[in-house]
Design a protein around this ligand. Structure first.
Ligand code: GLN
Length: 531
């Protein structure tokens, strides 16, 4: 069995430097050198997973095929590399402590005092190595969330320090820092980077490669100065300038030889015949730069934060590049939508997305938006809660059930067209109890969606508790809203569409989780192509 090489990615000076994009770019570059790669995220917060976190805290919650609620960086990993992540790719302090405490309760530690070192750090080390056990991967990239110096990341860094000794030449540490530009002085400043590296060194970790995030292009002398002050080889300091698109980052890293430096550190080279495989990526970035025609999409949701709908935004953007259209996305706060202003707000858009969500806030506005787009034949794509809202709006305004609702929003409604699954009713905890992960779905022959997917059976990822209430199915179908995708085992409705309209499709699942740069999702492709 081959032994994997481990790459650790840490961040210093400030947060939000884009460690996720850098890790994803490194993953992509190593893939193009012919290697099998996986990327995992270790987050220092105490939540078991981000499933219970408000998107304002941590952006979108991304869901893996095996049903784990994870950090949005896993979305970047999958979009950049096309690999599927699993339960092993997302670890939090909460998960680590829970596992250690469970073992303690079972008596596994044989009467020992349980301590951060070695018990917590051993658990972290085991989890860092978990992806290497099957011998599937050549490289395991581990991104450590947070910033060096944070109290809560200390056990993760101690685990890395120990692993560096155990793994020897099979491990590498890449540190991402920030180089600010002081306008008044007219200079870039490397001191924060020097301090951040010192902090890492004081924890016993010497970085092998430094990546400097910067708004201004850094001269060679600056990179050399950082190398000299931080005990890093001159060729191993690279810069990551602000670029027009995150998808240019792998090309920029490649231009500076980051892939070569990483492989050289491990005494490796690219595999035979793999020098050219960046071509597809270059092609994608070239198309992105050349986009001329633009289309306008309104994103109707309740979170006024770009990251809350990250995967939807990226899926639209990527589909746009593949179809030659620049998708201009405008966020529309559904809480502000009224019958009076909906026309003026939504008429500029070529298409509208009704976003996922939880709870009742902003749902009436989503319904107002759908009435407008349905009656004005504006292409509309409802995702999860968005699909449920399409169903409720149809029940109210076409079937005539004025009080139709979801049991999530009004548990006492007489027309519960969206209701809780039986299996959910008995559950008392919120975290991790939804229908999560990929489920099969059979598409209806002759439907629009079967044409779009080009296949009868698909698998898509879910994250919800409530479902279409099948008691109403016949009435919807008679009135023109068809169920064109259903779960083959449970018969749950997974897709609705109104074929008499130009593009009016709602999915109970989240297609945005499985759209990647080189494999854009067919529903997003078709939606954008029809705008
Ligand atoms: N709140 C809805 C449910 O739980 C939809 C969830 C979502 O949009 N992800 O069923």
């Amino acid at each position: 069995m081959k032994s994997a090489k481990f790459i650790f990615v840490t961040g210093g000076v400030v947060s939000s430097l884009g460690k996720g994009i850098i890790s994803s770019s490194i993953g992509r570059l190593l893939q193009t050198c012919g290697y099998k790669v996986t990327i995992q995220k270790f987050d220092p917060y105490i939540n078991i997973d981000p499933g219970t976190l408000n998107p304002y805290e941590h952006g979108e919650c991304y869901v893996t095929e095996d049903g784990v609620e994870t950090d949005l960086d896993l979305g970047h990993y999958e979009r950049f590399t096309g690999i599927r992540t699993t339960v092993h790719n997302s670890v939090t302090t909460g998960k680590v402590y829970q596992a250690v405490i469970d073992k303690e309760r079972r008596g596994d530690y044989l009467g020992k005092t349980i301590q951060v070192v070695p018990h917590i750090t051993n658990e972290i080390k085991d989890r860092i190595k978990a992806n290497s056990l099957g011998g599937e991967f050549d490289f395991i990239i581990t991104e450590i969330g947070g910033t060096i110096g944070d109290i809560e990341s200390a056990p993760f860094l101690e685990a890395i320090r120990q692993l560096r000794w155990e793994l020897g030449n099979d491990s590498l540490c890449i540190h991402l820092t920030y180089v600010p530009y002081l306008r008044a002085a007219g200079e870039v400043k490397t001191k924060p980077t020097q301090h951040s590296v010192k902090e890492l060194q004081s924890l016993g970790i010497q970085p092998d490669i430094l990546i400097l995030r910067t708004e201004k292009h850094l001269k060679k002398e600056i990179l050399q100065k950082v190398a000299a002050f931080c005990n890093v080889a001159p060729g191993c300091v690279v810069q990551s300038e602000d670029l027009p698109s995150i998808y240019e980052v792998p090309l920029n890293m490649h231009k500076q030889g980051l892939d070569k430096s990483i492989l050289a550190k491990f005494g490796m080279d690219h595999l035979e015949g793999h020098e050219q495989s960046l071509a597809l990526w270059e092609d994608f970035v070239k198309k992105e730069k050349e986009l001329k025609e633009s289309v306008k999409v309104g994103l109707v949701g309740k979170y006024d934060l770009q990251d809350a709908y990250k995967s939807i935004r990226e899926s639209l953007h990527i589909a746009g590049i593949h179809t030659g259209k620049k998708v201009e996305i405008t966020y529309v706060n559904s809480e502000n939508l009224t019958e009076e202003n909906v026309g003026e707000t939504l008429s500029p858009f070529d298409g509208v997305i009704i976003c996922p969500g939880f709870g009742s806030r902003g749902t009436e506005g989503k319904m107002t938006a759908i009435t407008y787009t349905r009656t004005h034949n504006i292409p509309t794509f409802g995702i999860c809660l968005g699909m449920q809202m399409m169903v409720i709006e149809y029940a109210r305004n076409v079937l005539g059930y004025k009080d139709a609702n979801s049991a999530e929003i009004n548990p006492d409604t007489a027309h519960n067209v969206i209701d809780l699954m039986e299996s959910q009713k008995a559950l008392s905890q919120l975290g991790g109890t939804m229908r999560l992960g990929a489920y099969p779905c059979s598409l209806e022959p002759g439907s629009k969606v079967i044409g779009i997917y080009g296949t009868e059976s698909i698998r898509e990822r879910h994250r919800h508790r409530y479902e279409f209430n099948n008691d109403y199915l016949d009435r919807f179908e008679k009135a023109g809203m068809l169920c064109t995708g259903r779960n083959p085992k449970s018969n749950l409705v997974e897709i609705v569409e109104v074929p008499s309209l130009k593009w009016f499709i709602g999915t109970q699942f989240h297609p945005e989780y499985s759209s990647t740069v080189l494999n854009p999702h067919p529903l997003f492709m078709d939606f954008v192509a029809n705008l």
